[in-house]
Design a protein around this ligand. Structure first.
Ligand SMILES: NC(=O)c1ccc[n+]([C@@H]2O[C@H](COP(=O)([O-])OP(=O)(O)OC[C@H]3O[C@@H](n4cnc5c(N)ncnc54)[C@H](O)[C@@H]3O)[C@@H](O)[C@H]2O)c1
Length: 434
């Protein structure tokens, strides 16, 4: 089995299946296609295969032209027909791994994908989980589902974990990958697969080590973001500007790495993934204090921003004030609003009676989310400077390049700047940092 698959991967004669064509799966499908493989994408959302077949992308980092070229090449197809998974020689699972109501891992999508793979599993297939998850998932959850039909991992089919390292909005494509596999042959296959699409592959001794590596990267970010957010408050009370401090500390060429404060944390990874580890840590009877504390500090940032705004508006009150949120994506120059602190800011402001609107050149209307269904469909205000007039204050939430920050500064009497956007631009009449 192994001897059959390895040369196919090395010679790029293999067909790759990508399950979950979202922010991770679609760029991955593009990468395998670019490397010369034939690729089939699978998604439960029927709209996605239809859009891709029509040459249309729904992910900002992938262009319509790229999708059209993939579709025209005859080497790419997207489908909702999971019976076709048996056509693939290697399958990458890139489905969501959200949290449940009590911040427990929700592996529904991973399990459903594993069951879909199991239904057509055949000898000489390589299955790789890419979704971020707790150490042990690949071997304790995915493997038993795949083996239920009688085929054995390492003998008939091969199983590995390779954490995704997508960096939306960065344009960065040449990112080293980590792989951990269930046995040496699976590792050699996974290495061959990812060497085709990344500049370096770092192998570890088990899927669990690779799962832990991914969580370590995300916990590291969560904790350092919390640290700089806490320092921001402490230094502000001393009249010291955190941005100046971070820039100065960043001149040290060793032992320091800059992290920047903000209005909270957002995205599908940093506010979620650390709790996968916290949950697993509880299972082995250990606390994960850094993770919990980072969660607490980062989650309270939107309240602090609103408090800063209320203070700056006084004697006027938030009730009845018109407040503009500028940027609702969770980070710069992207269109992804998942877990964005802007949505929490919106809620807090509305609770205090403010009239809220937003401007985001990358998010024409707010998407429907389970947590905040009431915001679904609200459109961004127009980008023209005229529309800025009439707001009592704006909060610079996301430092998109496509916002006319100078026009905003000229039109709105008060700006609360959470991203230091006015550091090197003409400042608004009144600016407060938060
Ligand atoms: N977005 C990122 O930048 C990023 C970075 C690193 C890791 N990750 C991890 O990658 C995984 C995927 O995240 P994403 O951002 O791509 O999510 P996403 O929501 O953008 O995409 C997931 C896709 O999977 C599809 N899907 C859901 N259930 C399915 C099933 N059973 N079968 C087939 N398709 C199914 C959805 O329709 C959707 O198209 C998560 O575990 C995430 O933590 C994401």
């Amino acid at each position: 089995m192994f001897g059959e698959l390895l040369p196919k991967l090395r010679n790029r004669q293999a067909r790759i299946g990508a399950i979950g064509l979202g922010y991770v799966g679609l760029p991955l499908a593009r990468a395998f296609h670019e490397a010369g493989f034939a690729v089939t994408g699978f998604d439960t959302d029927p709209e996605k295969p239809a859009l891709l077949a029509a040459g249309r992308s729904y992910i900002m980092d992938v262009t319509d032209d790229e999708v059209a070229a993939m579709a025209a090449s005859g080497r790419f197809e997207a489908t909702g027909d999971f019976a076709r998974l048996n056509e693939a020689d290697a399958i990458a699972i890139c489905v969501p791994t959200p949290l449940g109501a009590d911040r427990e891992p929700d592996l529904r999508f991973v399990e459903a994908s594993a069951r879909a793979v199991a239904a057509t599993l055949r000898p000489a297939q390589l299955v790789v989980l890419e979704s971020t998850t707790w150490p042990g998932t690949t071997e304790e959850v995915v493997k038993p589902i795949l083996e239920a039909g009688g085929l054995r991992s390492g003998r008939d089919f091969f199983l590995a974990y390779a954490p995704e390292r997508e960096s939306p909005g960065s344009g960065e494509r040449r990112i080293p990958r980590v792989v951990g596999a269930d046995g040496p042959e699976a590792l050699a296959l996974a290495r061959a697969l990812y060497e085709a699409v990344s500049p370096a592959v770092h192998a570890v001794s088990s899927p669990a080590a690779a799962e832990a590596a991914k969580l370590t990267e995300n916990v590291f970010r969560a904790v350092n973001i919390a640290l700089v957010n806490e320092l921001k408050g402490i230094y502000a009370a001393m009249d010291v500007d955190i941005w100046e401090v971070v820039e100065a500390a960043g001149t040290k060429p060793f032992g320091y790495m800059p992290f920047y404060p903000g209005p909270g944390w957002g995205g599908h990874c940093i506010p979620i993934d650390p709790f996968y580890l916290a949950w697993k840590a509880r299972g082995v009877g250990l606390p994960s204090r850094f993770i919990e504390l980072a969660g607490e500090i980062n989650a309270e940032m939107p309240e602090r921003v609103v408090a800063r705004l209320a203070e700056a508006l006084a004697p006027a009150t938030l009730a009845g004030s018109r407040i503009l949120l500028v940027g609702v994506a969770y980070k710069k120059n992207i269109d992804d609003t998942r877990e964005s602190p802007a949505l929490r800011l919106w809620e807090l402001l509305a609770d205090r009676g403010a009239e809220v609107a937003y401007l985001d050149p990358h998010v024409p209307e707010l998407p429907s989310t389970r947590a905040r269904p009431a915001l679904a469909g609200i459109p961004s205000i127009d980008r023209s400077p005229d529309t800025f007039a009439g707001f009592d204050a704006a909060i610079a939430v996301t430092d998109h390049d496509a916002v006319d920050w100078e026009a905003l500064a000229a039109a709105v009497p008060l700006v609360v700047d959470t991203r230091n956007v006015y550091d090197d631009r003409p400042r608004p009449a009144r600016i407060v940092k938060a």
